[in-house]
Design a protein around this ligand. Structure first.
Ligand code: CP3
Length: 335
């Protein structure tokens, strides 16, 4: 990781998504988003789409960080216009104690076989043209949906549990971490070339609380993946957390993803030698292509020959014009 390549590499978070007409066509075949995720042939089809349509240098497996929830006993539904909803959220220590993930014998990978089939079919279709990135959510972010029952503005219930019953909170994150490590390791065994850990909500924590309650769990996931597959690059991404950058770097991931709240030059200055990923504001893709090209040229000046992967600072938004996404990728490639 961090070795020089011929041209700057670029991929986009949520690149297989609603901004692509071809994605929307396939998406319509499935009333339920989870059923879509559970159809390996369609997963492979939409995973490859952005490689063909916008020319990104990596594919990211089409799935969701929340596929872990049903095998852990949570009744998850993606509600149109609302996002993920958990009908039986986890709120107390007794429920957490009864969940899988406590020991080596608890294996939910069998129930996630459709993901691994998707990995194999995608690799069949990619034919080595670009690498395939697998992923999982950070334990804190995955736990947030389990406890909150969906997306939340304050994470009041999750942090309430964290501060009032730290033992139960750690038990929950330990279980999620155990299953996440096993899940990522299996993705690699089945053929992904790199993995991303997306801890989107870590920025809700103070640095001290992040270090006490979350960092050890994320670290244990990264260490277990690295122990089995030292050569597989691990990317860590979090959002809204410029004050936690030092801590993210300390996790030892090969690549640290940045959102647009961090100045690239500051990150490089503070952490020389670290490979960073990011960090164009996704809303920049609503500006005309010439402005996107100007902004990318500025970013390239800052990057120079430092180790860096171009990406947005968060997922691409559904309203993004496809030609603007393509302009971003072409500008990175210098076309
Ligand atoms: O990046 C990719 O192209 C791969 C696929 C991918 C999806 N979700 C597909 C998806 C990835 C990597 C994710 C990660 C994910 N999922 C995160 C972490 C990254 C981030 O965005 O912060 C989180 C927090 C989730 C949870 C999730 N999934 C939410 C909150 C929602 C609803 C919001 C929304 O955008 O609709 C989803 C649904 C989801 N996951 C969609 C897609 C393409 C949209 C559903 C649809 O197409 O109907």
């Amino acid at each position: 990781m961090g070795r020089p390549v011929g041209r700057p590499p670029v991929w986009i978070m949520r690149q297989a998504g609603r901004y692509l007409p071809d994605y929307r066509r396939v998406r319509k075949l499935f009333p339920s988003f989870l059923d879509f995720c559970r159809s390996p042939e369609h997963v492979a089809e939409v995973t490859v789409q952005p490689v063909d349509h916008i020319g990104v240098d990596a594919a990211i497996l089409f799935s969701d960080i929340l596929v872990l929830l049903p095998p852990m006993g949570l009744n998850l539904e993606f509600v149109e216009g609302e996002g993920p909803v958990v009908h039986n959220p986890v709120r107390d220590a007794a429920t957490i104690a009864a969940m899988p993930g406590g020991g080596d014998h608890d294996d939910i990978n069998a129930e996630l076989d459709y993901v691994f089939q998707g990995v194999r079919l995608t690799q069949r279709d990619l034919k080595g043209y670009v690498p395939l990135i697998g992923f999982a959510g950070g334990p804190f972010t995955v736990a947030s949906y389990m406890v909150e029952g969906g997306s939340s503005k304050e994470l009041a219930r999750l942090k309430g549990l964290m501060f009032s019953d730290p033992k139960a909170f750690h038990m929950l994150l330990t279980k999620v971490s155990n299953l996440t490590a096993a899940y990522l390791i299996e993705q690699v065994r089945q053929g992904v070339d790199a993995v991303t850990i997306m801890d989107s909500w870590a920025g809700y924590l103070s640095p001290a609380d992040y270090r006490t309650f979350v960092l050890p769990h994320t670290l244990s996931v990264i260490r277990r993946v690295k122990a089995q597959f030292p050569q597989i690059p691990v990317i860590h991404y979090a959002n809204g957390a410029p004050t936690l950058l030092r801590d993210f770097v300390s996790l030892g991931a090969d690549v640290v993803g940045l959102d647009w709240r961090v100045e690239l030059q500051d990150a490089f200055k503070a952490h020389p030698g670290q490979t960073f990923q990011g960090n164009l504001d996704p809303c920049y893709l609503f500006a005309p292509p010439e402005k996107i090209r100007e902004r990318v040229a500025e970013m390239k000046k800052v990057v120079g020959n430092r180790p860096h992967i171009f990406n947005l600072g968060h997922g691409i938004l559904p309203q993004t014009p496809v030609e603007n996404a393509r302009a971003f990728v072409d500008a990175v490639h210098g076309e």
